[in-house]
Design a protein around this ligand. Structure first.
Ligand SMILES: [Zn+2]
Length: 242
């Protein structure tokens, strides 16, 4: 499988889907990260560039830069064209990017541009950031055993992790994995909003220890009564048909 993850700044992708990308790499998938800005204007840009390169080295992934200035990612044609070029070069089976609703303008712009550029990709999943608004996940990836390696990816972004008042908080990241895991009925998970997801039930059946836990079926029926649920769902729940 070929995987493309698109983030606005260094560390956004690792925070949003670092554990999921580690799972992809463990399965032998080719992973590319596209980071739209170096995260700072001025001399710190060089340090954050090095930190991002180090994280990508740990992950064993490829790295591309979008070339935008921090705070100035455009949601219009310029950013769409940059992302389209990377999609054309990497032919991803799945694209991960920011969820659309976020207080940071670069995150919103990156999400809008990525969703436009990935209009022909069959699987597009949106990850959360510390500045997400109203994030409402329906799709989860089990990252059991990968939380510490995920934290290592974030530790590569030392200037952010050590900065006072930084939103990259390793304890919070760990708690978040547990909290999302609880929602997905596993130990630890990363959560996604599904923009578009081509589901292959045969692949899921063959990987009995499935990585991906789809809860959309349950979410759709959670506010209904038992009689509103599909016969298949009731069968799986062990209920007698009446
Ligand atoms: Zn960011």
């Amino acid at each position: 499988m070929r995987v493309l993850a698109i983030g606005a700044h260094p560390d956004d992708i690792e925070f949003g889907c670092g554990g999921t990308l580690l799972r992809h790499r463990l399965a032998g998938d080719a992973v590319t990260l596209l980071v739209m800005t170096t995260g700072e204007q001025g001399p710190d840009a060089e340090m954050r560039t090095r930190e991002q390169e180090q994280a990508v080295g740990l992950l064993g992934a490829d790295l591309r830069w979008g070339g935008f200035l921090d705070g100035s990612v455009s949601a219009d044609g310029d950013a769409v064209r940059v992302i389209e070029r990377v999609i054309a070069a990497t032919s991803p089976d799945v694209v991960y990017t920011h969820a659309p609703q976020d207080t940071h303008q670069d995150h919103r712009a990156t999400s809008a541009a990525a969703l436009a550029a990935a209009r022909r990709v069959s699987r597009v999943l949106c990850f959360e950031s510390p500045s997400s608004i109203g994030f409402n996940p329906t799709l989860y990836v089990d990252i059991a055993g990968l939380v510490e390696p995920k934290l290592d990816l974030l530790r590569a972004h030392m200037s952010q992790v050590l900065r006072m008042g930084s939103l990259v908080d390793l304890e919070a990241t760990e708690s978040q994995a547990r909290y999302r895991g609880f929602a997905a009925r596993v130990r630890e998970a990363e959560a996604f909003e599904s923009h578009r997801f081509l589901w292959d039930p045969v692949i899921a059946e063959r990987s009995s220890r499935a990585a991906i836990v789809l809860t959309e079926l349950d979410a759709a029926s959670s506010d209904g009564t038992a009689s509103d649920r599909s016969p298949l769902r009731r069968f799986l729940d062990g209920e007698q048909s009446s």
